[in-house]
Design a protein around this ligand. Sequence first.
Ligand SMILES: NC(=O)c1ccc[n+]([C@@H]2O[C@H](COP(=O)([O-])OP(=O)(O)OC[C@H]3O[C@@H](n4cnc5c(N)ncnc54)[C@H](O)[C@@H]3O)[C@@H](O)[C@H]2O)c1
Length: 313
Amino acid sequence: MTGGAGFVGSHIAAALLESGARVRVIDDLSTGHRENLDEIGGSIDFIEGSLADEGALRRALEDVELVFHEAAIPSVPRSVADPRATHVACVDATFELLLAAKERGVRRVIYAASSSAYGDQPVLPKVEEMRPDPLSPYAVAKLVGEYYCRVFTRVYGLETLALRYFNVFGPRQDPTSQYSGVISRFIAALLMGETPVIFGDGEQSRDFTYVANVARANLNAAETTQGIGQVINVANGERTTLNELLEILKRLTGRADAQADYREPRAGDVRDSQADNRLAKEALNYQTLVGLEEGLQRTIDWWKQSRYAQPNA
Ligand SMILES: NC(=O)c1ccc[n+]([C@@H]2O[C@H](COP(=O)([O-])OP(=O)(O)OC[C@H]3O[C@@H](n4cnc5c(N)ncnc54)[C@H](O)[C@@H]3O)[C@@H](O)[C@H]2O)c1
């Protein structure tokens, strides 16, 4: 798999190990951490290298049947600040991976796509047939990856599935940068006695999805006979505003007193997001194994004993 030292990738790797599979990871550690793989234990063949490095990519694909492609620079604001880096890490890397996978006889590539492809479509929930409307360089780059997957299935017969994740959260999500996911930033702020920052009025909504549900959907995508060459939403199918999310987290962390610091909305962010997950239920047997509140509690518990809770982490 690619990007296995990252947040979602490390959970897919853990689920694969549990299923008895042999796992090889290629990751350049640009946003991921070796510690994420140490934390899950087990024996992983780790290649520290970039998908942009032909030799490393070739080694990564040797005798591989299935690829879970998680590597990316996964951030809307980072893509606004540095669109070229996002293009290289998402578009170029996905293209090179698909080409190499086809040449090396890989059976199936499961691609981490993004709900950002929908943009600000007024209709909710978002259904796969809707016309994409990307609002940021990140959304475009992830969407191009989907199209390449589809075309590699159609033209070359390489099996692909593009799983459009909606906001994923859980243990090992890096809370340390301004580009981090909102849940990890809120938890870090609340547990460190700091003020959580909300960009905009907090009434924007997201379909927050616990990472174990996403990992399971990926493993099911490896086996399914449906959805090949297609895009499939992967999400709970519910909608929570950032203000509501913060209220739940304040309760779970015992920080009822905390007030948010509301700042200017960020360029490229969508207003509302909620998935129609009927196709995922049908094609991937998607189930919400862990719901929002239980997932938030598990994330808080993990955070408290993680390296991020240590001073100077
Ligand atoms: N987290 C979410 O809410 C979310 C939502 C939608 C889609 N996604 C997609 O899911 C995937 C995983 O996201 P994440 O949140 O785990 O991010 P992450 O930053 O934790 O993981 C990405 C991993 O890819 C690695 N990487 C980046 N460029 C690379 C390259 N050129 N070669 C090799 N490795 C490289 C990074 O070091 C990192 O380990 C991404 O493709 C992202 O676009 C995530």
